[in-house]
Design a protein. Structure first.
Lengths: 219, 371
């Protein structure tokens, strides 16, 4: 019999830690990823700020970081985490590797969605005398908003996934909870409950993303 | 009249993409010198890849010339920095084959966009957009998104957007190529109206000769990046010099019958068949009078005439009856003023049709129909 009276407060705390890690990471990586993705798109040969050196460098960087398994990435950048965060253990320390990895992946997702957009509207805006920076902000991004929202939804779910792994370095959260109280104590009930909570979180994020994207696509 | 746009020895080279070894760059536009007169409608015509789309993008600085100079209203824009180029561009409207509307904005938002870019005060934008939508005839669609509109309506939004800053020049890049014939006619009429009422110089890029026939004052023929022929629309249509111009003209003006049509015609009409070029120099009354003077009976069996810049042009094939001598004399008279081509069924005579072809008569067209 599972002792829920003692476990429930721990579960609540773990849930809060997960929400904290996911929200902060989504905010940080969302902004950084958008900047990276837009830069990759804009500097691509033939585009508004075509710049082979910048594009090649960023492209190379993304290709280097993206394939590294996240659990290895956490330990690989531990020295950097120590400098930036002052510690390598705990929820806050987990945010740096999460935000870096997620930022790189979001950058690629953003770039791919922008590259697939219609170059004709960019040309039309240029023909009107619009500035290139203004075009990026008020033409390129709004025109790709629906696929961008779906891309971000996908990434929020991937970040929830990452946060579970961050538990491994003492990051806390639901992943840590499931391993400590479920897996390591052979308590399937705890594992199941944790998994259900994560499923509900992911479903909620996906439904919200689909709803927003549909609203934009329907006009 | 003076030139509002002038090109002087303009070339545009594009590096060949994706080739491993160093290949020569493509000359999309090759040494073009051209004047576009203020207040006219100019047609730039050519096959795909002739360089006409690149040429039009040189006019508003979307492309910079590799060689030569581009003058817009007397200003050399070929070396202007981007910031100043933007000011030039806002004075030049542009419309596109695929309309290129912002799908994330309403019709109102699309037309207001260039006004916001040009820094119009907020309270002036709304009346200006309303006025523009009224002008192009879609005032009721202001709140719709482009996706909800037909192609013709979308192009009207594109035109309203292009006119927002009251440009002196309007560039139309294959603006009717994605539209059905009826919508095309409406859009062409609108372009004509813009030219007449607002005095806007209109540059039309097209591969459709009937577009040129409908609205252009002058026509520029392009082939592999170069201008092969340029002049008033009527004279280019009446006297196409290059092969490609002749082929283009043949798509919009009635020509001589194809050999199989000739065979059918001779089976039905025993008299001598003759194709006569009809033009300002040889209008139908003159042709009729000539036949009458020589006592030759004539009836039209094939062809047609059309109007270009209010002048008649086309080819009519007559069946002639009368003595050989009279027919010869009548045709000799007509031969002095226009193209005359005797038509004989190829199966009987075994002659090469090229031998009898008169140099400046349009090549056999698909435009002709039997009356």
């Amino acid at each position: 019999m599972t002792d829920w009276t003692t476990l429930l407060p721990v579960l609540g705390e773990s849930f809060q830690q997960t929400i904290y890690m996911v929200v902060i990471t989504v905010l940080l990586s969302g902004i950084a990823g958008l900047a990276l993705g837009v830069t990759l798109y804009a500097t691509r040969p033939g585009n508004l700020f075509a710049n082979k050196a910048v594009f090649s460098f960023l492209n190379f960087l993304v290709n280097i970081i993206r394939p590294i398994p996240f659990i290895i990435f956490i330990t690989a950048i531990a020295p950097l985490t120590l400098i930036v965060m002052g510690t390598t253990i705990g929820t806050t320390a987990a945010i740096l590797p999460m935000a870096l990895m997620a930022g790189v992946v979001i950058g690629r997702v953003v770039e791919q969605n922008l590259v697939a957009s219609d170059p004709g509207v960019v040309e039309a805006a240029r023909a009107m005398g619009d500035s290139r920076l203004h075009i990026l902000w008020s033409v390129v991004i709004p025109e790709s908003l629906a696929p961008l929202i779906l891309g971000y939804t996908f990434m929020i779910i991937a970040i929830v996934d990452m946060s579970a792994m961050a538990g491994y370095i003492g990051g806390g959260g639901l992943g840590n909870f499931a391993i400590m109280y479920g897996y390591q104590q052979f308590n399937w009930e705890v594992t199941l409950v944790t998994v259900l909570i994560i499923i509900v979180m992911v479903q909620a994020a996906q439904l919200l993303g689909n709803f927003l994207a549909q609203r934009i696509l329907r006009r | 009249m003076s030139a509002i746009v002038s090109l002087r020895g303009v070339s545009k080279l594009f590096p060949v993409q994706g080739s491993a070894q160093r290949t020569k760059p493509v000359r999309a536009v090759d040494d073009v010198t051209l004047d576009i007169e203020e207040g006219t409608v100019v047609g730039i015509v050519g096959y795909s890849g002739a360089g006409k789309s690149t040429l039009v993008r040189l006019l508003n600085g979307l492309e910079r010339p590799s060689e030569g100079q581009v003058f817009v209203k007397g200003q050399d824009i070929s070396t202007l920095p981007e910031g100043q180029l933007r000011k030039v561009r806002s004075g030049i409207g542009m419309i596109f084959q695929q309309f290129n509307l912002l799908k994330s904005r309403t019709v109102f938002g699309n037309v207001a966009y260039p006004l916001r870019v040009a820094g119009w005060p907020k309270d002036k934008i709304k009346p200006r957009v309303d006025e523009l939508l009224e002008f192009v005839g879609i005032a009721d669609k202001a709140g719709s998104y482009p996706r909800r509109l037909s192609g013709g309506q979308q192009q009207r939004v594109g035109i309203a957007r292009a006119l927002a800053n009251a440009p002196d020049i309007l560039l139309a890049d294959e603006a009717t190529s994605a539209l059905d014939p009826e919508t095309t006619r409406d859009v062409l009429r609108l372009l004509r109206r813009i030219n007449k009422e607002l005095g806007t110089t209109v540059v039309v890029i097209t591969h459709e000769m009937h577009v040129v026939r409908e609205i252009c004052d002058t026509v520029v023929m392009m082939e592999s990046g170069s201008v092969v022929e340029a002049g008033p629309t009527y004279s280019v249509f009446a006297n196409p010099r290059s092969d490609s111009t002749q082929r283009f003209v043949a798509t919009a003006v009635h020509g001589t019958p194809e050999p199989d049509t000739v065979a059918r015609l001779s089976a039905a009409h025993p008299g001598q068949l003759v194709s006569i070029g009809i033009s300002e120099a040889a209008p139908t009354p003159l042709v009729a009078a000539t036949f009458e003077r020589h006592g030759v009976g004539s009836s039209v069996v094939y062809g047609g005439v059309t109007e270009i810049q209010n002048k008649i042009l086309g080819t009519l094939t007559y069946e002639l009856t009368g003595s050989d001598a009279a027919i010869d004399a009548a045709l000799a008279d007509l031969g002095d003023v226009t193209a005359v081509e005797r038509q004989t069924a190829a199966a009987e005579q075994q002659t090469d049709p090229a031998d009898s072809a008169v140099p400046h008569l349009p090549v056999p067209a698909n435009a002709g129909e039997q009356p």
